[in-house]
Design a protein around this ligand. Sequence first.
Ligand code: GRG
Length: 291
Amino acid sequence: MTEELKKRIAVIDAALNDYLPVCDKPQGIIYDAMRYSVFAGGKRLRPMLMWECAKLLGGDWDTVRPFACALEMIHTYSLIHDDLPAMDNDDLRRGMPTSHIKFGEDIAILAGDALLNKAFETVAAADHADAAIAIRAMGVLSNASGTEGMIGGQVIDLKSEGKEIAIAELQHLHLLKTGALIRAACVIGGMLAGADDKELDSLDSFAKALGVAFQIQDDILDVTGDEETLGKPIGSDAEQDKNTYVRLCGLDRSKQLVEKYSKDASEALKGFGNKAEFLNKLTEYLINRNN
Ligand code: GRG
């Protein structure tokens, strides 16, 4: 699995490199900052999911290339902004100094903004096999990134710091903050490859369950992981008085929940038969990950 993932990451990185060239114009530093965070590492989970969901329906990398890279740009922008002093105030991300530590707060804010814009410029400039489907997919992408998706989740998260919330509220928060982009990855992958509504529903159910399992594992790693492997500080959730699964349910129950949701994820793919093998292996890999 690891070798296969490395191969796929190389393909994704090559495309990102094409969409984000180095620039020697007076504003070149903004390109440097965008590239710095995008190429700081990262598992490329979201592009990988989009690619594989398209494959399930007979598509390939070219079917999703601009959308997959756009999604990774949006994800990276969210990490840059999340690390800012006004939000989580983190110094380390993907094992490297965060954008504001490296470039200063002003450029970090702009690098996030620029990646968000570049994402939509990338999909708008691409050739699409079916323009109507591409516009629908752009709608899914912008909705997932915005106030009804990731940004909405981030706002609820910020506003619930220091208060103890119920598990249902925590789940809702993560469904938006982490889940929205993961769901968009899977649904857009299927959509671009011509999935019907029933197939899109299955991909969405898979992504929803995977997103929860992924988030709970993220909370567990904040307690049990080590800083070097994880590439970011350990214990920052507790330090910032964040609501996490580990805090609300304890470590053992959190581990059981990861198992439960990963089974739900696999169950949602039953209708695809053997073709879902890679997605099932990817789920397994993600819930056992240490970074
Ligand atoms: C600032 C608009 C705005 C949103 C921030 C996604 C997010 C919202 C903040 C990131 C903080 C965080 C820990 C979110 C949980 C989701 C998560 C585990 C993100 C990290 O994603 P990975 O593990 O990161 O895919 P890599 O580096 O591998 O790409």
